[in-house]
Design a protein around this ligand. Sequence first.
Ligand code: XMP
Length: 325
Amino acid sequence: MQNNVRPESMARITTPELANAFIKEQVAAVRAQVGDKKVLLALSGGVDSSVVAALLIKAIGKQLVCVHVNHGLMRKGESEDVIKVFGEELDANLIYVDATDRYLELLAGVSEPERKRKIIGEEFIKIFDEEAAKLEGISFLAQGTIYPDIIESKGVKAHHNVGGLPEEMEMELVEPVKLLYKDEVRVVGEALGLPHGMVYRQPFPGPGLGVRCLGAITRDRLHALREADAILREEFDKNGLNHVWQYFVAVPDFKSVGVRDGKRYEGWPAIIRAVNTVDAMTATIEEIPYSVLHKITDRITHEVEGINRVCLDLTPKPIGTIEWE
Ligand code: XMP
């Protein structure tokens, strides 16, 4: 097994050629480590776990078992993308668990953010454990650990890693990208043929839309949030704004009065937040052109049932954290 220190001599992977050399080397290393045994991977659809999945599929094919847990708090189309790319195109051994009802029942009436995070994290571990128990002959656990995770493991990331895996799962780890920085993981992902949108997607918190559907989550408000967020992302793509580090919608749990078709129409506000940062410790606000904001407002208020206002969050970090909760 590799150790956890990146050698100074290791060249930064910036080109497809360097990525291909890395892939070749890791494919050989994984085959040597794993032999003919089976490997389990929690595949969230995020950049790191997706790249590890693609790399391991190349190395050991169906000896890799991917488990994708849809906690019902994914952004629009994300679980579908995982199924399409890994289940269909890469023909992976993929177990898809739709745990939406289970999560939403557990979260019903829970408004305290850290309690919500705890429930989401603990339930993930339970479900992953249950799925692992159904499988036979798993000897290894693959993880999308990257170098900043190792460097920062005692820092801010610790409380964020709610999607962590059961500690009692004592299996040997397979962590092929653990010495890479995020930009390198992306170059490797593209060289492996993963879709650009998957490899360059913005960071998405483990608890997903759960911490953007503010207060106690309800199905109708979560649905409205997911649709509004999809519109925001679509318009950012169309208008060349998808370089922004993180952009999303949050929907609070109160309504305001509005008017539609001459009648009173109460609805939730959709709050737009778009920030740039280097390390998420501080963040500045992206200056979205007013023409784009008008378009987004028009689309969200006309296309999303239950939303009757759009607001823009102009608060830098500090004083506001990136997420609202
Ligand atoms: P804050 O809100 O603390 O966010 O300014 C900093 C970065 O961390 C992400 N974030 C999370 N990521 N689990 C995660 O995996 C979480 O519970 C969580 N909370 C915040 C946030 O999206 C931002 O990128």
